[in-house]
Design a protein around this ligand. Structure first.
Ligand SMILES: [Zn+2]
Length: 82
């Protein structure tokens, strides 16, 4: 059962609602009957700021130019002995 986090636009009341996919989304705050919004938490998606980019640039600098792969020699047609 998915859990949805809601926050009220009017009174900032926050609450979680357990809803099945068939249930309609909640639109009213249980506290003040005001308009609510869904809150999406970014659990599982963590960006570690500038460190990510720092590491990225270091990797680019330390990586030497990759050797050019020699194209495979064209298959020589088998010379007929006769
Ligand atoms: Zn409210």
């Amino acid at each position: 059962m998915p859990t949805y986090q809601y926050a009220c636009n009017a009174c900032e009341h926050e609450f979680e609602a357990f809803q099945s996919f068939s249930d309609a989304s909640l639109t009213q705050c249980p506290e003040c009957k005001g308009e609510i919004r869904k809150v999406y938490s970014a659990v599982g998606v963590v960006f570690k700021g500038s460190g990510f980019y720092k590491t990225d640039s270091v990797n680019k600098k330390s990586v030497s130019e990759p050797a050019k792969a020699t194209p495979p020699a064209p298959a020589a047609p088998a010379a007929k002995a006769d």
